[in-house]
Design a protein around this ligand. Structure first.
Ligand code: SF4
Length: 681
């Protein structure tokens, strides 16, 4: 019995990209209850099992609340002064010996917008390098690139309120009811009122069971599918001719590029029926307004960016963008993943996703110092550089890279060569345990102020409900402390998150109108350029940022390098469950583990029968890159020849066997398709 709360604080859920607002109930310095904010515009009085019940991590017994330095292989608790001085001295030494580009900084969605803003400012101003990135790299970086290329803005085009206005949903590579449950529930409600539903997913997800058409394609064959749908739309004159004429260009080249993708040809490659492709195309194009939501099932492939472009083409052909109930919308994996990248934690952009080359001079003026001109490395390139001995130091904020990156043996080789690994987190995560040199205990989302940015571009307040546990400190404060110790105190002299946000507003024209005072009345969606601007729920109503027209993307299809073979006959997909979150760092320390104690491997009944597998039996899954052991769950949700596993349990560590292939544009890993074999233990 946790007791009735004596105080309530309104804040924002730290988990998925829906960004629900909740009330945090506290008593005697502990969280005793979380309940939904009934008037919240996003969640409208609802929360899922993670937001509502998975808060016990905050005072888990193994929470690290004192700074630590590893000496002679042993972690030793030290004072903050000692830890800050050590990090500052090591960063200085490495910068002087190997140059600023031997250091990399990784922000993350666990940190607020204010903290991610400071992380990239620290990299550029204090270290002097553009080597800064964040967890968007392994998530929706392809969506950002693709949507920026097609529409001109690398973000969701619509608001969640468009769900209630849509007549047809095209859900691609998103298991929405498990990964974005409150949005999944809103889509279910829309289905109940008569909206139509197309689900593109290799697995029979819950919403696939609700769908008019479920296109259970082979993993990573979405481009042929979308091209074939586009071909049907063009052939059967189902386009929006006025929209095409006024707002779209590149139709000739696009027609040519997709000419080969008849529904029959796509059906062969995708493993779905040509008739189902035709029906899906007709439904999406005619039962309007139609809206797309997509998840990592599209982006985490070697053609992730091009796949999202192929999806966006359908919206352009049919005029399903910029109008109520339409759009193309990435569902971000974590609440603040959009914010971490948008604040500038990317090697090639500054705050507000302003291209570095274009915005550098302006930022130099604002920050009062020269900025690095060398090209920065993204996360994957940082690991490659570390493996080659070029990168020497990595500072991680709330991000367990070792556990969550694919092909873990490769990641480990990179960490082994680093001279300095600074881990800033709540717990001794796998990266810290194996390779950390310094551990800086961070305050949790319940213990700090700031803002998050959800999948629909809404900035919302994160409010402190409790003091930081033990000696832990908010990420922003730690960054300012180290900057001061490295002689840059003046540029990091912030009294608190609101002062940092004021600087963000000064450097980011699209967010200039979003003040803390206004956020007291509720979240605001950018662009919101002035204090009297109401925010922008829907983008591209009249034009696209680059002009009146957007260009159809004539993208090729290149089969994945991961193909099943006699030695590795199955295709493994990885993903999340409703009850757990990412590397499990938070949810594994909550009662949610009773609902989902460990990762499990979904196997089809026919494959289980062929292999003589029983429910719950442990198996070894082997790929060319590594192996993992976990229990089997026999289910019709996966097709014969395909397997699905979650990746939350460090004891299973499924990323030991995921593959090294990457998206051709963003280097985002291809988590969703690895050829493997199964062995009985
Ligand atoms: Fe949190 Fe997402 Fe669940 Fe909402 S739907 S409570 S944001 S995990």
């Amino acid at each position: 019995e946790l007791g009735t709360p004596t105080a309530w604080t309104r804040s924002t859920c730290p988990y998925c990209g829906v960004g629900c607002e909740f009330l945090v109930g506290t008593r005697d310095g502990k969280i005793t209850q979380v309940k939904p904010a009934l008037d919240a515009p996003v969640n409208k009085g609802h929360l899922c099992v993670k937001g509502r019940y998975a808060f016990a991590y905050n005072d888990a017994p193994d929470r690290v609340t004192r700074p630590m330095i590893r000496r002679d292989g042993e972690w030793q608790a030290v004072s903050w002064d000692e830890a800050i001085a050590f990090v500052a001295a090591e960063l200085k030494r490495i910068r002087e010996t190997h140059g600023p580009d031997s250091i990399g900084i990784l922000g993350s969605a666990r940190a607020t917008n204010e903290e991610n803003y400071l992380a990239q400012k620290f990299a550029r101003v204090v270290i002097g390098s553009n080597n800064v990135d964040c967890c968007a790299r392994v998530c929706h970086a392809p969506s950002a690139v693709a949507l920026a290329q097609v529409f001109g803005t690398g973000a969701a085009t619509s608001a969640f309120d468009d769900i209630e206005l849509a007549q047809t949903f095209l859900l691609a590579g998103t298991n929405t009811t498990e990964n974005h449950p409150v949005v999944g529930a809103r889509i279910k409600q829309a289905r109940r009122r008569g909206a139509r539903l197309i689900v593109v997913d290799p697995r029979k997800t819950e919403l696939a069971g609700w769908a008019d058409i479920h296109l259970a394609l082979r993993p990573g064959t979405d481009i042929p599918l979308f091209h074939a749908m586009a071909r049907v739309i063009l052939e059967e004159n189902l386009t929006d001719p006025a929209f095409l004429a006024e707002r779209v260009e590149g139709l000739g080249a696009f027609r040519e590029a997709i000419a080969e993708w008849t529904p029959e040809r796509a059906a062969e490659v995708c493993g779905v029926s040509a008739e189902a492709i035709r029906q899906a195309a007709r439904l999406y194009a005619t039962h309007k307004p139609s809206i797309c939501f997509h998840g990592l099932g599209l982006t985490e492939h070697h053609q992730g960016s091009e796949t999202v472009m192929a999806l966006a083409n359908l919206a352009l052909l049919t005029g399903n963008v910029g109008q109520p109930g339409t759009g193309v919308n990435p569902l971000r994996g974590q609440n603040n993943v959009q914010g971490s990248a948008h604040m500038g934690c990317e090697p090639n952009t500054l705050t507000g996703s302003q291209p570095l080359a274009k915005a550098r001079a302006h930022f130099e003026q604002l920050w009062g110092c020269p900025l690095p001109t060398t090209k920065g490395l993204n996360l994957m390139q940082m690991l490659d550089a570390a493996r080659k001995g070029h990168l020497k130091a990595l500072w991680l904020f709330g991000y367990d890279v070792l556990l969550s990156n694919p092909d873990a043996a490769h990641t480990a080789q990179a960490f082994e060569r680093l001279e300095l690994v600074v881990v800033q987190d709540l717990f001794m995560n796998e990266s810290a345990r194996a390779y950390g040199h310094v551990f800086l205990p961070a305050a949790s989302n319940f213990e700090k102020d700031g803002t998050f940015m959800n999948s629909e571009r809404r900035i919302q307040r994160v409010r402190q409900a409790l003091p930081p546990a033990g000696d832990s400190r908010p990420d922003w404060q730690i960054l300012c402390d180290v900057a001061r110790a490295m002689g840059q105190g003046e540029r990091f002299a912030f009294e608190g998150p609101e002062a940092i946000w004021e600087e963000v507003r000064a450097v980011w024209p699209g967010g200039a109108g979003i003040s803390y005072a206004r956020l007291e009345q509720g979240g605001l969606q950018w662009p919101c350029p002035s204090l009297d601007h109401p925010g922008t729920p829907r983008l591209h109503a009249q034009s696209f940022p680059a002009g009146p027209r957007a260009t159809l993307a004539a993208v090729p299809y290149v089969p994945s390098p991961e193909q099943p073979s006699p030695e590795y006959p199955f295709v493994l997909i990885t993903g999340r469950t409703l009850y757990a979150f990412n590397a499990g760092t938070m949810t594994a320390r909550t009662p949610n583990t009773r609902l989902y104690p460990t990762d499990r491997l979904e196997v089809s009944p026919s494959d289980a029968e062929c292999l003589g597998l029983r429910e719950g039996e442990r198996v070894r899954v082997v790929s060319p890159y590594g192996e993992a052991r976990l229990p089997v769950h026999i289910t019709q949700r996966v097709k014969p020849g395909e397997l699905f596993s979650t990746f939350h349990d460090p004891d299973v560590f499924i990323n030991r066997l995921t593959n090294p292939h990457r998206d051709r544009y963003t280097l985002t890993p291809q988590y969703k398709r690895t050829a493997v074999r199964l062995e009985k233990l």
